[in-house]
Structures are given as structure tokens and as C-alpha cells.
Design a protein around this ligand. Structure first.
Ligand code: 5GP
Length: 204
């Protein structure tokens, strides 16, 4: 049986990673998604428990104290965190799970789960990212500017990832993610254990 994988996916706000993941999950509904806890306000069109659990800062801080988060980060003045239990359950049941986090969250998860495969979703250009963010109309100009600044810092750290997918054409980008999922099953990160298994009865 092929082992399940933890896929870390990041990309700046406006890279289109949510739409990309939405399309992926439509094609493969069996893939799990880690629902983050967040202290920011719900945006129009968002639903509680779909991508996020929207909680108070007090509740978030008590989750930190109780060690219920695999990682967390402060992003543009709000806390975002990955609840530990669903990820550990997916790993123990050998299921594929996607964790969407910012670059700092990705770093923390890589440290805790070195087998995790990381993917960075890149906008085709910085100008296009700016256009997408401003036309969204769900945030104030101040927040858009803060997100642009965060995006610049994130793109500079894309080299920390195993894979980079440019999201220019949506369906091509979805196919690219599927190719990564298939290919990564054969990577040394995932298959290292086989070497010992094959050699287990060989006396050297
Ligand atoms: P947004 O407010 O646009 O939904 O998300 C802002 C940023 O937070 C994005 O880069 C997103 O990937 C990241 N993010 C979402 N969930 C988590 C999480 O659980 N942990 C961390 N560290 N970042 C997250």
C-alpha cells in the first residue's frame, strides 16, 4: 500500500492557491484538508469550518497553552494555526492531507514532519498578484498593502520548498499539483524505508 503524505502548500495571498485546492478536492474528494484555527474576521463568502475555524484570541491562546497546535503564526495582526490532532490522525491512517500555511508555518511543519512534501504556489508575476489583490475588494487598502509586503517576503523564500507551481492557467496548475502528488510518492523522502526493508535478511 502506498503511504499517505502530508503536503504543505503555501503561496502569497492572491496566488490563487484556494481556487487551486478547491479544484483539486473536487477531483479527489478523498484528500484531506487541515482546517486552520484563525482569529481574523470571516470574509464574505467564507463559511465556518470550511477552510477555517474562526475563534477568539483568548481561545487561540488557550490552544497554544494546551499544546493543541502543530504550528501557529501571527500574520498581519492575526493568529493562524494548524490543529495538531487531525494531522496526526491522517498520518496514522496513511491518508493524504494538505496543510495550507504561510512560509513560517511551513518551516515549523518541516521541522516536525521532515517527510512532508512542500509546494509553493507562485503568481505569474508580481504585477498580476497586485492586480488580483486590489480587485478582490474584500480588504481595505491598508490591509492590501500589508499583504503585498508579506507576499514579497514569501516569494523570496520560495526556495525553501520542494516544488514551485506557477498559477497562470488554473487547470494546468491543478494538473501540476497532481503530477507532484504522484511523483513525490517515489521520492527518497517517502521511499527511504524500502532500502532497509529490501536488505533486511541480507547478512553483510
Ligand atoms: P488568508 O487571511 O488570506 O486566508 O491567509 C493569510 C495567510 O495565512 C496565507 O498565507 C495562508 O496560507 C496562511 N495560513 C492559513 N492557515 C494557516 C495556518 O494554520 N498556519 C499558518 N502559519 N498560516 C496559515
Amino acid at each position: 500500500m502506498s503511504k499517505g503524505s502530508v503536503f504543505i502548500i503555501s503561496g502569497p495571498s492572491g496566488s490563487g492557491k484556494d481556487t487551486l485546492l478547491g479544484e483539486l478536492f473536487k477531483k479527489y474528494p478523498e484528500i484531506l484538508f487541515s482546517i486552520s484555527s484563525v482569529t481574523r474576521n470571516m470574509r464574505e463568502g467564507e463559511k465556518e469550518g470550511e477552510k477555517y475555524n474562526f475563534i477568539t484570541r483568548e481561545k487561540f491562546e488557550s490552544m497554544i497553552k494546551e499544546d493543541k497546535l502543530l504550528e501557529y503564526n501571527l500574520y498581519v495582526d492575526n493568529y493562524y494555526g494548524t490543529p495538531r490532532e487531525p494531522v496526526e490522525k491522517a498520518v496514522s491512517e496513511n491518508k493524504d492531507i494538505f496543510i495550507e500555511v504561510d512560509v513560517n508555518g511551513a518551516k515549523s511543519i518541516r521541522e516536525k514532519l521532515p517527510e512532508a512534501i512542500s509546494i509553493f504556489v507562485m503568481p505569474p508575476s508580481f504585477e498580476e498578484l497586485k492586480r488580483r489583490l486590489s480587485s478582490r475588494g474584500t480588504e481595505t487598502e491598508e490591509v492590501v498593502n500589508l499583504r503585498m509586503a508579506a507576499a514579497l517576503g514569501e516569494i523570496k523564500r520560495a526556495q525553501e520548498y520542494d516544488y514551485i507551481v506557477v498559477n497562470d492557467d488554473l487547470s494546468t496548475a491543478v494538473e501540476d499539483i497532481i503530477a507532484i502528488m504522484k511523483g513525490s510518492k517515489f521520492s527518497l523522502k517517502k521511499q527511504n524505508y524500502i532500502i532497509n526493508e529490501v536488505l533486511k535478511n541480507v547478512k553483510s
